[in-house]
Design a protein. Sequence first.
Length: 144
Amino acid sequence: MSLLKVRRTIMYSVVSAILIVASFGIYNVISTVVLEKTRDIAIMKSVGFHARDILFIFLAEGAIVGAIGSALGTGLGLAMMSALSRIEIKTPFDTARTFLPIDWGWEPVALGIAFAMTSALTAAFLPARKGARVHPVDILRGAA
Protein backbone atom coordinates (compact mmCIF):
# COMPACT_ATOMS: atom_id res chain seq x y z
CA MET A 1 0.00 0.00 0.00
CA SER A 2 2.85 2.40 0.73
CA LEU A 3 4.11 1.87 -2.84
CA LEU A 4 0.72 2.97 -4.19
CA LYS A 5 0.76 6.05 -1.95
CA VAL A 6 4.21 6.99 -3.22
CA ARG A 7 3.11 6.46 -6.82
CA ARG A 8 0.02 8.62 -6.30
CA THR A 9 2.09 11.35 -4.63
CA ILE A 10 4.55 11.37 -7.53
CA MET A 11 1.69 11.44 -10.04
CA TYR A 12 0.01 14.44 -8.37
CA SER A 13 3.36 16.22 -8.10
CA VAL A 14 4.08 15.80 -11.80
CA VAL A 15 0.57 16.87 -12.81
CA SER A 16 0.81 19.91 -10.52
CA ALA A 17 4.14 20.90 -12.05
CA ILE A 18 2.68 20.60 -15.55
CA LEU A 19 -0.31 22.76 -14.60
CA ILE A 20 1.97 25.38 -13.04
CA VAL A 21 3.97 25.57 -16.28
CA ALA A 22 0.70 25.87 -18.22
CA SER A 23 -0.34 28.67 -15.85
CA PHE A 24 2.78 30.62 -16.76
CA GLY A 25 1.81 30.23 -20.42
CA ILE A 26 -1.68 31.55 -19.72
CA TYR A 27 -0.19 34.42 -17.71
CA ASN A 28 2.11 35.34 -20.60
CA VAL A 29 -0.69 35.23 -23.18
CA ILE A 30 -3.10 37.35 -21.16
CA SER A 31 -0.34 39.73 -20.09
CA THR A 32 0.57 40.26 -23.74
CA VAL A 33 -3.08 40.85 -24.65
CA VAL A 34 -3.41 43.41 -21.85
CA LEU A 35 -0.24 45.15 -23.03
CA GLU A 36 -1.43 45.22 -26.65
CA LYS A 37 -4.93 46.40 -25.69
CA THR A 38 -3.87 49.13 -23.25
CA ARG A 39 -5.16 51.87 -25.55
CA ASP A 40 -8.46 50.02 -26.04
CA ILE A 41 -8.78 49.59 -22.29
CA ALA A 42 -8.19 53.32 -21.81
CA ILE A 43 -10.91 54.13 -24.34
CA MET A 44 -13.32 51.70 -22.66
CA LYS A 45 -12.63 53.25 -19.25
CA SER A 46 -13.08 56.77 -20.61
CA VAL A 47 -16.44 55.75 -22.08
CA GLY A 48 -17.64 54.52 -18.70
CA PHE A 49 -16.37 51.00 -18.06
CA HIS A 50 -15.34 50.37 -14.47
CA ALA A 51 -12.18 48.60 -13.35
CA ARG A 52 -14.25 45.57 -12.33
CA ASP A 53 -15.65 45.35 -15.89
CA ILE A 54 -12.13 45.26 -17.35
CA LEU A 55 -11.10 42.73 -14.71
CA PHE A 56 -14.09 40.57 -15.60
CA ILE A 57 -13.28 40.67 -19.32
CA PHE A 58 -9.77 39.31 -18.83
CA LEU A 59 -10.84 36.82 -16.17
CA ALA A 60 -13.46 35.55 -18.61
CA GLU A 61 -10.72 35.18 -21.21
CA GLY A 62 -8.66 33.17 -18.71
CA ALA A 63 -11.68 31.02 -17.90
CA ILE A 64 -12.27 30.33 -21.60
CA VAL A 65 -8.62 29.36 -22.09
CA GLY A 66 -8.82 27.14 -18.98
CA ALA A 67 -12.06 25.51 -20.12
CA ILE A 68 -10.72 24.77 -23.60
CA GLY A 69 -7.49 23.42 -22.13
CA SER A 70 -9.41 21.31 -19.61
CA ALA A 71 -11.67 19.88 -22.30
CA LEU A 72 -8.76 19.07 -24.61
CA GLY A 73 -6.69 17.68 -21.74
CA THR A 74 -9.56 15.54 -20.47
CA GLY A 75 -10.23 14.16 -23.94
CA LEU A 76 -6.56 13.44 -24.56
CA GLY A 77 -6.17 11.91 -21.11
CA LEU A 78 -9.18 9.63 -21.58
CA ALA A 79 -7.88 8.57 -24.99
CA MET A 80 -4.50 7.75 -23.48
CA MET A 81 -6.16 5.81 -20.66
CA SER A 82 -8.14 3.84 -23.24
CA ALA A 83 -4.95 3.02 -25.12
CA LEU A 84 -3.15 2.04 -21.91
CA SER A 85 -6.02 -0.21 -20.83
CA ARG A 86 -5.43 -2.33 -23.95
CA ILE A 87 -1.83 -3.13 -23.04
CA GLU A 88 -1.55 -6.80 -22.22
CA ILE A 89 0.63 -7.85 -19.33
CA LYS A 90 2.25 -11.25 -19.73
CA THR A 91 3.69 -12.99 -16.73
CA PRO A 92 5.55 -16.30 -16.89
CA PHE A 93 3.30 -17.84 -14.23
CA ASP A 94 -0.12 -16.77 -15.50
CA THR A 95 -1.65 -18.05 -18.73
CA ALA A 96 -4.78 -15.86 -18.64
CA ARG A 97 -4.87 -12.59 -20.53
CA THR A 98 -4.26 -9.74 -18.13
CA PHE A 99 -4.44 -6.07 -19.06
CA LEU A 100 -2.95 -3.01 -17.45
CA PRO A 101 -5.34 -1.95 -14.68
CA ILE A 102 -6.80 1.55 -15.15
CA ASP A 103 -8.90 3.44 -12.62
CA TRP A 104 -11.80 4.94 -14.57
CA GLY A 105 -13.14 6.93 -11.60
CA TRP A 106 -14.44 10.46 -12.12
CA GLU A 107 -12.73 11.89 -8.99
CA PRO A 108 -9.22 12.29 -10.46
CA VAL A 109 -10.69 13.79 -13.64
CA ALA A 110 -12.76 16.28 -11.64
CA LEU A 111 -9.76 17.13 -9.47
CA GLY A 112 -7.63 17.76 -12.57
CA ILE A 113 -10.27 19.97 -14.16
CA ALA A 114 -10.76 21.93 -10.93
CA PHE A 115 -7.03 22.45 -10.49
CA ALA A 116 -6.63 23.47 -14.15
CA MET A 117 -9.45 26.01 -13.93
CA THR A 118 -8.12 27.38 -10.65
CA SER A 119 -4.63 27.78 -12.04
CA ALA A 120 -5.98 29.39 -15.26
CA LEU A 121 -8.04 31.92 -13.30
CA THR A 122 -5.15 32.64 -10.94
CA ALA A 123 -2.81 33.15 -13.88
CA ALA A 124 -5.33 35.46 -15.55
CA PHE A 125 -5.96 37.53 -12.42
CA LEU A 126 -2.61 39.34 -12.30
CA PRO A 127 -2.66 40.74 -15.85
CA ALA A 128 -6.40 41.42 -15.52
CA ARG A 129 -5.73 43.48 -12.42
CA LYS A 130 -2.99 45.36 -14.26
CA GLY A 131 -5.40 46.09 -17.11
CA ALA A 132 -8.06 47.25 -14.67
CA ARG A 133 -5.62 49.75 -13.14
CA VAL A 134 -4.93 51.54 -16.43
CA HIS A 135 -5.36 55.30 -16.16
CA PRO A 136 -7.13 56.43 -19.36
CA VAL A 137 -5.87 60.01 -19.30
CA ASP A 138 -2.19 58.96 -19.24
CA ILE A 139 -2.65 56.43 -22.04
CA LEU A 140 -4.75 58.63 -24.32
CA ARG A 141 -2.33 61.53 -23.97
CA GLY A 142 0.47 59.23 -25.10
CA ALA A 143 2.35 58.96 -21.83
CA ALA A 144 2.56 55.17 -21.97
